[in-house]
Design a binder for this molecule. Structure first.
Ligand code: ZN
Ligand code: FE
Length: 255
């Protein structure tokens, strides 16, 4: 493990992540929903904040930035495509661009769909991908700006990462997502088991984020729109992968 990663609950159901590169002590934050809990976590650990990585422009991912800059003078990193609606960027990135936290090297993945310009950050040596509101635990973000094609392509890129990748997503929506997923695949045993586990965790107040990509692949309906058994379960055996993804996303919007 090259990054020490801590999950910081923010607002009512957001997550931010503090990542400390073990070789250099450089500390990065992924998303800044609000400053207070992040400052509290940093002071508890005695850490500064060198970098702020932003996934997309929604207020619940960037609102804490000004106060954090005042306190720590961090450098802000985000998507070039969203530079006009993110806090001022010190480093602007696009698909495939390198992103580093100290000695830990990562890559920028364009995961447009929820917004156009949403990026994920993948750090292979840490087995970590920060997906915010693209791929979520048992779900995916609502399509506010992008098309189903765009989101399906984004999710397909994330699904191609190694199975043991840990997915750090942006919200504690998993219990609701599990209820919905069971309407799509009521007979999926892995989904049944995971749903039980999620209910237990939430009853005890335990976070369901991060999750394992391998688990998402066998249970998350939005990663399974290409599978014949899912198409048949929905009664769209002949539909394209994207058409099936769009149908599942529409059902979730109305769930
Ligand atoms: Zn969002
Ligand atoms: Fe969000």
């Amino acid at each position: 493990m090259t990054l020490e990663i801590h999950t910081i609950p923010c607002l009512s159901d957001n997550y931010a992540f503090l990542c400390r590169d073990q070789a250099t002590g450089i500390v990065a934050l992924v998303d800044a929903p609000e400053a207070a809990p992040i400052k509290a976590a940093l002071s508890e650990k005695g850490w500064g904040l060198d970098l702020i990585l932003l996934t997309h422009h929604h207020y619940d991912h960037i609102d804490g930035v000004p106060e954090l800059l005042d306190a720590y003078g961090s450098k802000v990193i985000g998507a070039q495509a969203d530079a006009h609606r993110l806090p001022p960027l010190d480093i602007a990135l696009a698909e495939g661009d390198a992103v580093r936290i100290g000695d830990t090297n990562g890559t920028t993945i364009d995961v447009s769909g929820h917004t156009v310009g949403h990026v994920a950050f993948y750090f292979p040596t840490a087995n970590a991908v920060f997906t915010a509101d693209s791929l979520m635990a048992l779900g995916c973000g609502r399509l506010f700006e992008g098309t189903p094609d765009m989101m399906w392509e984004s999710l397909s890129k994330l699904a191609a990462l190694p199975d043991d990748t840990i997915v750090y997503s942006g919200h504690e929506y998993t219990a609701g997502n599990a209820k919905f997923a069971l309407t799509i695949e009521p007979d999926n045993p892995a989904l049944q088991a995971r749903s039980k586990e999620i209910i237990d965790k939430r009853t005890m107040g335990i976070a369901t984020v991060p999750s394992r990509l391998a688990d998402e692949k066998v249970t998350n309906p939005f990663l399974r729109a290409h599978l014949p058994e899912v198409k048949s379960a929905i009664g769209m055996a002949d539909a394209s992968d994207v058409a099936l993804f769009a149908e599942i996303r529409k059902r979730k919007d109305n769930f």
